[in-house]
Design a binder for this molecule. Structure first.
Ligand code: ADP
Ligand code: ASP
Ligand code: MG
Length: 259
């Protein structure tokens, strides 16, 4: 059976309407199951980082104000999609954990890279739980599979360990299930949460595609492919129809946001 991995970034699940569009794509592309990787809702990662910075400076009030803004925005999206009642308890636990992490940072007066990764993971997990409901799939924890070293904030995936850990996923997905998981996150051999660096959920989808022997990985975003330049900076940017591996490598070395 062929397997496809689809990835939706924050720009594709920024609000309820975007979620519905993504759900329609999932339905069209994965009628017989597959894997969907989602990132946090647009702006969430920036928000959590801002809250960590405030907490690290001892300003718990500002940190908690950001948390509450994130909570109400998430709840608004879930409400509009009709899932607020069923997701509320799960989300309250996650927001409660975020509050604890921020409180700890404020008490210590320090936001360590490890603490920040723990906080960022909550943003990715919130959206993956909602996406699972909205897409009619089952949530599975990416940190069970995405094994990394312990370079917090920019952890390096351990390909052999990932392939090994992905064996049960390969078996389950071969039976036609639809699974939804988080992007951007990993875990050290001791099970501590890491992140792969900003924009890392594209990497997650690609590595999972490889580890699961997928036939195709689709990265859905808000532009029509890789353009000649960032369209938010260069108006005349146009799509590049085809690209060689070495061109892609060069772009990636220069930090291309979309590849
Ligand atoms: P997502 O949330 O789907 O991961 P990102 O915001 O990370 O989306 O990436 C998509 C954005 O990347 C586009 O909206 C565009 O502004 C920007 N971008 C930068 N460089 C390029 C490029 N060469 N081609 C296409 N998009 C680019
Ligand atoms: N949510 C993370 C970020 O904003 C990962 C990603 O979007 O790929 O960097
Ligand atoms: Mg991105």
């Amino acid at each position: 059976m062929s397997l496809k991995v689809l990835k939706f970034g924050g720009s594709s699940i920024g609000d309820a309407e975007a979620f519905r569009r993504a759900a329609a794509i999932v339905q069209g592309e994965l009628p017989a199951g597959g894997l969907v990787v989602v990132s946090a809702l647009r702006g969430t990662t920036d928000g959590i980082l801002e809250a960590c910075t405030a907490a690290g400076l001892g300003d718990l009030v500002s940190a908690q104000a950001v948390l509450e803004a994130l909570r109400s925005r998430h709840q608004e999206v879930a409400k509009e999609l009709g899932y607020l009642q069923e997701i509320r308890t799960e989300w309250d636990l996650l927001f409660g954990r975020l509050d604890q992490v921020l409180t700890g940072m404020a008490m210590l007066g320090e936001a360590t890279p490890r603490g920040r990764d723990g906080a960022l993971a909550i943003g990715e997990t919130l959206s993956a739980h909602l996406a699972a409901r909205c897409f009619g799939g089952e949530f599975h924890e990416v940190r069970d599979v995405m094994k990394t070293d312990s370079r917090f904030g920019k952890a390096r995936p351990q390909l052999g360990a990932i392939r090994h850990a992905a064996a049960p996923w390969r078996a389950a997905l071969a039976t036609g299930r639809l699974w939804v998981t988080q992007g951007f996150l990993g875990s050290t051999p001791d099970g501590v949460t890491t992140t792969l660096g900003r924009g890392g959920s594209d990497t997650t989808a690609t590595l999972l595609g490889e580890a699961l022997d997928a036939d195709e990985v689709q990265i859905w975003t808000d532009v029509d492919g890789v353009l000649t330049a960032d369209p938010s900076l260069v108006q005349e940017a146009r799509p590049i129809p085809q690209m060689s591996l070495s061109e892609a490598e060069a772009l990636s070395a220069f930090g291309a946001k979309v590849l």
